[in-house]
Design a protein around this ligand. Structure first.
Ligand code: ADP
Length: 298
């Protein structure tokens, strides 16, 4: 498959002033189906999914269930074979709107190499804003903001090839943040990171979310979804479970195991404390909240 950089158009279609703020994007799928050319089987089968602006969705499911394909519908890298996909009310099959859609929705993929487009750190981060046709002063501001945000400002003049795997993943995120897309889609974007880099990457996502961005996060690790609002599980191209993340994490350890997920330790702890009647079931799977409830007992 061609690297994503090769699929990105060099667009200059609309005024930069339209995109000064990153406000969340709404993502909407209705009866969406998808089948890859020259294959026998539909990969997505009638997906109905509405994601509100500023929502954080955890998208889970076994390998091959269609999660990446679904993300690609949201930024018009793929178009539904049947049904439709709307981004902020714009139908993704309107070819004239593809550039606008991609300025609203950006994907960070698992392998940062697929997204790197320049040989020097700051040039790579500037690529997206340049393609939006922004004035150079605005590009400078955005590049600095994004590189400071991901902790790579000191390395701005360095060759991309000199970065570690975790730094390259943060660079890929910087490139996306600099576009201020409104929606960040993360396709197992943390899977190649060590625990410390994963934490700082997750902190960046939290920051983007608190500034209003919509987040859709594909992952296999439930300890990464604790901050999400809603969980959607895709199995064999269909939504098999969806609801509040807190409700998903309240599913028993065994049942989650049967679904193929390992319950995060903090949710196991909460389950035990609730079962023993020590804290109320309404307590969130959050270590600070659990501690607060325990302190109230003293
Ligand atoms: P997931 O992200 O849940 O692992 P994917 O969306 O990547 O699932 O893939 C869903 C199915 O589509 C898999 O069976 C995969 O082999 C198939 N698939 C993915 N990309 C292509 C492609 N470019 N051509 C043909 N089949 C594909």
């Amino acid at each position: 498959m061609a690297p994503v950089s090769a699929m990105l158009p060099r667009w200059r279609l609309y005024s930069w002033s339209n995109n000064l703020m990153s406000s969340g994007t709404t993502l909407y799928l209705k009866g969406a189906e998808f089948q890859y050319p020259d294959t026998e089987k539909k990969v997505l089968k009638g997906i109905d999914l509405e994601i509100r602006a500023g929502e954080w969705i955890a998208l889970l499911g076994p390998n091959g269930s269609g999660k990446s394909t679904l993300l690609k519908l949201f930024n018009a890298l793929l178009l539904p074979s049947q049904g439709c996909c709307f981004i902020d009310g714009i139908n993704t099959n309107e070819t004239k709107s593809v550039e606008l859609i991609r300025s609203k929705v950006s994907i960070v993929f698992q392998n940062p190499e697929d997204q790197i487009v320049a040989s020097v750190v700051e040039e790579d981060t500037a690529f997206g804003p340049e393609n939006l046709g922004l004035p150079s002063e605005e590009i400078v501001i955005r590049v600095k903001d994004a590189l400071v945000g991901v902790g790579l400002w000191e390395k701005r003049k360095h060759a991309v090839s000199s970065l570690s795997g975790g730094q390259k993943q943060r660079l890929a995120l910087a490139g996306v943040i600099a576009i201020r897309p409104g929606s960040l889609l993360l396709d197992e974007a943390m899977s190649m990171l060590d625990p410390a880099s994963r934490k700082s990457f997750l902190d960046l996502i939290k920051r983007e979310h608190s500034s209003g961005s919509t987040i859709v996060q594909v992952t296999h690790r439930l300890d990464e979804i604790l901050n999400s609002d809603r969980t959607v599980v895709v199995t064999d191209g269909q939504i098999s479970w969806q609801g509040k993340t807190e409700n998903f994490l309240s599913i028993s350890e065994n049942e989650l195991k049967n679904m193929g997920f390992a319950k995060p330790p903090v949710a196991v702890l909460k389950e035990e404390l609730v079962k023993s009647g020590i804290i109320p079931g309404s307590t969130r799977s959050d270590i600070r909240e659990i501690r607060k409830k325990l302190c109230l007992l003293q």
